[in-house]
Design a protein around this ligand. Structure first.
Ligand code: 13P
Length: 341
């Protein structure tokens, strides 16, 4: 078992609590270069390092963002960048009162022997990479596993391999003093029903927490970042807000230990307003009865409307920042059960 001094444990607990405190949540801006470029192509924004820099500068200099956002998840390219006046992004983020975090997986790759499935890579050399990120000011980290739903998927082999990798990543995080954001994402693509999503998500979460236990993870010093329970995008029967809220909370109550301080959902391609409305419905119905905070760690559901307003244009920066601020606030309101849009 890994050695954790009392002070070290307390630091992890304090960071995890700070990430969910005060009805705030996380903003994920950790798209890899490939993924960020993909979002830019769709809006005819140049796929250059300069454009990615300008976009991330727009985000980290949005005034008042810290009113709703406790932590920002960065990517390797971004954590090394500075604003046009030479101030490192990390310094701007910390001075704004936001905790910097870093995506440390290197992506979900085709899984050998499992033609339709993915395994997330990045464990080799992770201890050394994390030491550098800690030096740069990161206080938490993220690793995303991807599980695809079909009639016979995900396979046990894929679930177990991804859960094991998540647990080894989480152990390295806690050794380094970083709070692990453990993200097993059951993706929305497919024709499956809400109940099938429930079945898969429940199995995935039980497997992940079993592996986290075996690796000696301090549950009080981690955050879970799961998918909401939703029918597949191509399922003819879509679900009402309250059905999503009930299914999601019931599944989490069965699978997530009460010692975990926070559950911070990914948005996974849901429209911004819908993601907020669903988080709101969960908090309206259940907030006062739950052992953990139900919060957000959205990427697209906060960024996309702002990106579409910016379009790479200097004279649209303020307009885009106003939209980003608004989307972030919508989700803080949703944590309080007060989201109206
Ligand atoms: P989305 O909210 O766009 O799914 O992004 C969250 C994230 O960090 C995925 O790893």
């Amino acid at each position: 078992k890994m050695e954790k001094t009392l002070m070290h444990r307390q630091m992890l607990i304090d960071t995890a609590s700070a990430l969910v405190a005060d009805d705030k949540g996380l903003l994920a801006i950790d798209e890899s270069i490939t993924t960020c470029n993909k979002r830019f192509v769709a809006l005819a924004i140049p796929q250059t390092e300069a454009a990615r820099h300008d976009y991330r500068e727009l985000i980290v200099t949005t005034s008042g963002l810290a009113e709703s956002i406790s932590g920002l998840i960065l990517y390797d390219e971004t954590i090394r960048q500075s604003s046009d006046d030479g101030t490192p992004f990390v310094k701007l983020i910390v001075e704004a009162g936001i905790i910097p975090g870093i995506k440390v997986d290197i992506g979900a790759k085709g899984m050998a022997g499992h033609p339709q499935e993915k395994i997330t890579e990045g464990l080799d050399g992770l201890r050394e990479r994390m030491a550098e990120y800690v030096q740069m000011g990161a206080r938490f980290a993220k690793w995303r596993a991807v599980l695809t739903v079909a009639d016979n998927l995900p396979s046990r082999g894929c679930i177990e391999a991804n859960a094991h990798a998540l647990a080894r990543y989480a152990a390295l995080c806690q050794e380094a003093g970083l709070v692990p954001i453990v993200e097993p994402e059951v993706i929305m693509a497919g024709e499956h029903s809400l109940d099938r999503c429930r079945e898969v998500t429940e199995e995935v979460l039980h497997t992940v927490f079993n592996q986290l236990y075996r690796q000696g993870i301090l549950l009080e010093g981690m955050i879970l970042k799961p998918n909401m329970l939703l029918p597949g995008l191509a399922c003819p029967q879509q679900a009402k807000l309250d059905d999503v809220a009930d299914a999601t909370v019931n599944c989490l109550l069965r699978a997530v230990p009460a010692a975990v301080p926070g559950i911070m959902f990914l948005s996974g391609g849901q429209a911004a307003g819908l993601a907020s409305a669903r988080l709101n419905a969960m908090n309206v119905r259940y907030k006062s009865q739950l052992p953990w905070a139900l919060s957000f760690s959205f990427g697209r559901a906060i960024q996309q409307p702002a990106l579409a307003a910016w379009l790479g244009k200097k004279d649209q920066v303020i307009a885009a920042q106003n939209i980003l601020y608004h989307r972030a606030k919508c989700n803080r309101d949703a944590r309080k059960g007060q989201f109206t849009d």
